[in-house]
Design a protein. Structure first.
Length: 473
């Protein structure tokens, strides 16, 4: 087949364009820390929004009782109930009900949408309390995870800035999200109070902190990506005089929108962005998250196919945006059969490219590798950027402690809670990310930084915050 050399050239250019040597990653680390500063200094001071959450107490593990949570963040919504026994106990009971949001409600009125949600919640509560003991509290308490951009007014209320992810309930924009839910619950005769309104990363941080109090940040790598962390209140210059009991506040970074000239960008990224519904937006997310990795790979294969015959005639499927989903590139990347049968199957079934010789299959694996490796390493740099901002990256030096047995280096343990299908299901992404963390931090510091996977922080974390906020009142 013609054009093999040209295809190899495309691969080499991709590798050069996506290169992330440690020196470059350190530049990204610094840029992240600088942008965080800027976003905290003034409203609109950075592409990082650095949204205040008004959450200053994270769950300690001493919470007790029965709490509910509602998680609305995409096409599904979930209601759940947990029972907590105090003393950092395992979560004793945990029941979940998941339902799709009917399509027509995603573009209806706020009243219709929230009536539907309140009804489902009411059914769930009644069902649960029939089979299990009821909440002892006079009023049931609910944490609400609402993963759309919200301007928080307090840790339990905030107004919707805009809809994303296919929702467009226009009368909701500018309204208080908790109040909408609260009113719908009253209309249904429910006695329940929204005691926390959060986004999903904050839930992950809460769950991480419940299990391990050294947890200072949370990151999600799923369809999209975002991060939040615990900041000193006096570092939040844009809202001076912010008094908090603990001196800290969780900041929702909205880091998917991070941008820096140090990010290695290729023509595929430029095209993907230009053809997206939100050009110039979410630049970091478009290089990192599960929604996009497959599509970057598709664009590279399309380029290779157009420049050569190695894939046969150009398949029309290669022109279809998002046809190659990220789980498929993971499956090709991790295909360990000698003949790369899985790669051949996916090329044939998903892209209608039949009978690809082994050397071309290997090429496709390499493309997946380059794209995912860049994503994972940039993600690691982002995490270290957060640690740098809060002085946990070891760059301030490691304290030396003198003991009888000599001088020991001592550093605080730092835990980052991580969640999301991209991290948990895509082994190579996870391994590249962890490897890069070690390279950036260096061997003295890396052992003190622990990445811990949490599960269902967006649900359980909201209930935990409902608990810790109710306790703190
Ligand atoms: P959310 O859609 O709320 O982010 P998840 O955290 O479960 O939900 O993430 C789902 C995303 O994770 C998918 O959109 C996909 O991009 C990615 N993903 C899921 N499974 C895999 C997999 N096996 N390999 C690679 N990516 C995966």
């Amino acid at each position: 087949r013609r054009g093999w050399r040209r295809v190899v050239r495309v691969l080499e250019e991709l590798e050069e364009g996506c290169a992330t040597p440690v020196g470059r990653l350190r530049q990204v680390v610094d840029a992240m820390a600088v942008e965080m500063h800027a976003g905290l200094a003034s409203e609109g001071g950075s592409k990082l929004k650095m949204l205040l959450t008004y959450v200053h107490n994270l769950p300690t593990g001493n919470e007790k009782g029965i709490y509910y949570a509602l998680d609305l963040g995409g096409t599904n919504f979930r209601v759940l109930r947990i029972r907590l026994g105090g003393q950092r106990s395992a979560i004793i009971e945990h029941d979940v009900d998941r339902q799709p949001i009917p399509q027509h409600l995603m573009t209806s009125t706020s009243e219709e949408l929230f009536d539907f949600i309140a009804t489902s919640l009411k059914d769930f509560v009644e069902r649960e309390e029939n089979v299990s003991e009821p909440s002892q509290k006079e009023r049931r308490e609910l944490g609400f995870t609402f993963s759309f951009p919200v301007k928080q007014i307090s840790s339990s209320s905030g107004t919707l800035i805009k809809w994303t992810k296919g929702f467009s309930v226009e009368d909701m924009v500018g309204k208080d999200v908790s109040q909408c839910l609260q009113q719908a619950m009253s209309r249904k005769g429910m006695d329940m109070r929204v005691t926390a309104l959060i986004n999903d990363t904050v839930g992950t941080l809460a769950l991480g902190h419940y299990h391990d109090e050294d947890t200072v940040a949370a990151v999600i790598f799923g369809t999209g990506t975002n991060a939040c962390y615990l900041e000193r209140a006096d570092a939040i210059i844009k809202s001076q005089g912010l008094l908090t009991t603990t001196g800290g506040m969780v900041v929702n970074m909205e880091w998917g929108n991070f941008w820096s000239s140090h990010l290695p960008r290729t023509s595929y990224d430029v095209d993907l962005d230009a053809e997206s519904p939100n050009p110039n937006d979410q630049g970091f997310e478009k290089m990192i998250s599960g929604m996009y990795l497959g599509d970057i790979v598709r664009r590279v294969i399309l380029q290779m196919s157009q420049e050569s015959d190695v894939f046969g005639p150009v398949s029309s499927k290669l022109h279809a945006p998002f046809i190659l989903r990220t789980p498929l590139i993971a499956a090709m990347h991790e295909d360990d059969s000698p003949n790369l049968n899985e790669v051949a199957r996916i090329l044939k079934e998903s892209l209608e490219i039949p009978e690809v010789p082994l050397n071309v299959r290997k090429l496709v694996v390499k493309v997946c590798d380059v794209v995912t490796c860049r994503a994972a390493r940039l993600a690691a740099a982002g995490i270290v950027g957060i640690l740098k901002k809060i002085g946990r990256d070891g760059s301030g030096g490691i304290a030396s402690v003198k003991t009888k047995n000599g001088i020991h280096k001592k550093m605080r343990r730092t835990v980052v809670a991580v969640e999301g299908g991209l991290y948990t299901n895509y082994t190579m992404f996870r391994e590249y990310l962890n490897e890069a963390m070690g390279q950036i931090l260096g061997e003295d510091v890396a052992p003190y930084v622990i990445i811990k996977v949490t599960e269902d922080g967006s649900g359980i974390g909201a209930a935990l915050l409902a608990a810790s906020h109710s306790a703190s009142e």
